[in-house]
Design a protein around this ligand. Sequence first.
Ligand code: S3P
Length: 202
Amino acid sequence: MSTEPGGQPEISPSAPGSKVPGMARSIFLVGFMGAGKSSVGQVLSHKLGWPFEDLDERIQARENRSIEQIFSQSGEARFRQVEHAALRSLVGDLQASPRVVALGGGAFAQPGNAALIEAGGFPAVFLDASAEELFERCRQQQLQRPLRGDLEEFRRLYDSRRPCYLKAALRIETGGKNVEAVATEVIQTLGMRESQPEGKER
Ligand code: S3P
């Protein structure tokens, strides 16, 4: 499900010294399960005045079934095909409307997906934390995550994917930080500005 805070998206100009060339035309949040990609993405979307989109929501809408059902009925390989197709269509939509996008935990670890994002010139931001902290966040959220497993399996998958996440343009350490602080750090690190609430001037 997409949310569209504040109507038309407003593009925030990059500040001097920005790591984003010219105008950022969307931001991709990447990282492992429990990294806070969706929660940080929603706060970021409000701060920038851009719509938020969660790739997993697009996948579920395309398939008309839940992520859990796709895994259990069709397997991970099929999920990855649908994920790639959904990402391709999303990247196409970004030309018309910039967005804050949260990817599922495995998406950026698929080389074809990372290449699509890079080719579009969109900054990918890796939200990092230790495997232990991520596992604990997932445990507290109690969401159905087909690949979560026990701590040992979780850590093994995390270790295998971390080198992929580290290829993102930026890495933000999220350990011990709240969602608001992480979103603010993303904006500052990208050298962007928050959109102005109507009627207010800085
Ligand atoms: C996955 C993570 C999930 C979802 C799917 C596969 C993964 O997203 O895309 O279950 O491979 O790590 P979250 O990272 O939002 O849990």
